[in-house]
Design a protein around this ligand. Structure first.
Ligand SMILES: [Zn+2]
Length: 171
């Protein structure tokens, strides 16, 4: 126990990468459905208790974001709407809805893969995780496996553009 604090910082990044890889695995499920590849896992006491990936088009729902699904599943698993002592890992910076849900769920720590300059609400457009006037703030770590996460997005949009171009050519 006495070495815990000493070890925590160097172990933290390895653990973060391990769980970010699981979030990437979720993002690939979205990719397989031609959805923007965004994935999320929620970890409690070293175990994944909720997983989610973007299904916005598949479910025809603006609420079908990776984080919302993962939060719903984690809450069901824990039997409480409060996800205290959990860490949320997400491949892309959360939007305003998801950052709001993170605060509502009292999640104390969020780990982000790559940023979303045009829509992110964990530091890009806004930082809803660090508003002091709210009753809860979440600790934030960004840039974990960033290249892998952003590479996945770039690949998806590149293919999408190519597909649109091909479809346009047909007409
Ligand atoms: Zn979202």
């Amino acid at each position: 126990m006495k070495d815990r604090n000493q070890n925590e910082s160097c172990e933290a990044s390895g653990t973060d990468e391990k769980f970010m890889r699981q979030a990437i695995k979720q993002a690939k499920k979205a990719y397989a459905l031609d959805e923007t590849p965004i994935g999320c896992v929620i970890v409690h006491e070293g175990k994944v208790i909720g997983r989610g990936y973007n299904r916005r088009n598949t479910d025809k729902s603006p609420l079908a974001h990776a984080e919302i699904t993962a939060i719903r599943k984690a809450s069901r698993k824990i039997g409480d709407w409060r996800l205290e002592e959990c860490t949320l890992y997400v491949t892309l910076e959360p939007c305003q809805m998801c950052a709001g849900a993170i605060i509502q769920a009292r999640i104390p720590r969020v780990v982000v893969g790559c940023m979303n300059p045009k829509a992110g609400c964990a530091g890009s457009v806004l930082n809803l995780l660090h508003v002091e006037r709210f009753n809860h703030q979440a600790e934030l770590t960004t840039g974990v496996l960033e290249e892998e996460c952003s590479g996945m997005m770039k690949q998806f949009f590149k293919e999408l553009r190519a597909r649109k171009k091909r479809e346009k050519g047909k007409n």
